[in-house]
Design a protein. Structure first.
Length: 257
């Protein structure tokens, strides 16, 4: 426990210290409330994490359902392909995206060469590019969380609903989806937390836009030497992520108790 608690404790102590004298102070936290730009960055970070989470759920649930319930040739190979991003460094994944999707990447260059487009249609070095990259990177976490939940549903429940007159859509909405909700919640919280705290991908794709709080923390500490403000921002991000996680768990217990 000390290995995990010591860095957090040191960061909390540093965030309350004056950068010059080292005396206790609240100036670092006051800086956040007095600087609208920092508040906007925190809001954009949370919104980005929510969008990435929603995208992972929309893409991941159908994939998880197929892998959990359907038998087809090459199933293990297809699952390995989806899990492949977990086997690579985040930096390698970013360069893969740059090679394929950047304005001068393989896809857009090929489309321009054959005359389908006149100019690049997608800017990877933007907020949209970061969202795409985070979705590609963290989709396996959502899929893995939901596969186990869907596999744990007894098929007899769905068959009983069909026998009672429910069609496929009604069976899914009233039986399969509610019973798989624990996996959906678990995958959502995991993807949200790691998306909000992601650093390497936003730094490599959109560092100049500074819309992710992790990038701002890095710049405050290593470029501006504002250790107190940097750790104060890190604490704000940690508090927001923990608060949202606790809220979701509370709502899940209240709904499915």
């Amino acid at each position: 426990m000390a290995i995990f608690l010591w860095p957090i404790s040191w960061g909390v102590v540093t965030s309350f210290a004056d950068p010059k004298s080292g005396a206790p102070t609240l100036e670092n936290y006051a800086e956040f409330f007095l600087t609208p730009r920092l508040q906007v960055i925190l809001l954009k970070t949370v919104l980005t994490a929510f969008v990435v989470t929603a995208a992972c759920l929309l893409v991941g649930y159908p994939l998880a359902y197929i892998f959990a319930r359907k038998a087809f040739a090459g199933k293990n190979i297809a699952l390995a392909i989806i899990m492949f991003p977990l086997m690579e460094s985040v930096v390698v994944r970013v360069y893969e995206l740059i090679l394929f999707l950047s304005p001068h990447g393989i896809l857009q260059t090929s489309l321009m060469n054959i005359g389908w487009i006149d100019k690049p249609f997608f800017n990877l070095y933007s907020a949209e590019g970061v969202i795409l990259g985070l979705t590609y990177t963290y989709l396996p976490f959502a899929v893995l969380s939901m596969i186990g939940s869907i596999q744990g549903i007894n098929p007899a429940f769905e068959e009983s609903a069909r026998c009672l007159g429910a069609n496929r859509l009604q069976t899914f909405l009233r039986v399969t989806l509610p019973l798989s909700m624990p996996g959906i919640i678990a995958g959502s919280l995991l993807v949200f937390a790691i998306s909000a705290s992601s650093f390497a991908l936003p730094m490599m794709l959109a560092a100049q836009q500074r819309f992710m709080l992790t990038v701002e923390i890095y710049l405050q500490i290593f470029y501006l030497s504002n250790w107190g403000i940097g750790f104060a921002l890190a604490n704000f991000l940690m508090i927001v992520v923990i608060a949202i996680t606790i809220l979701c768990q509370y709502l899940m217990r209240r709904t499915y108790a």
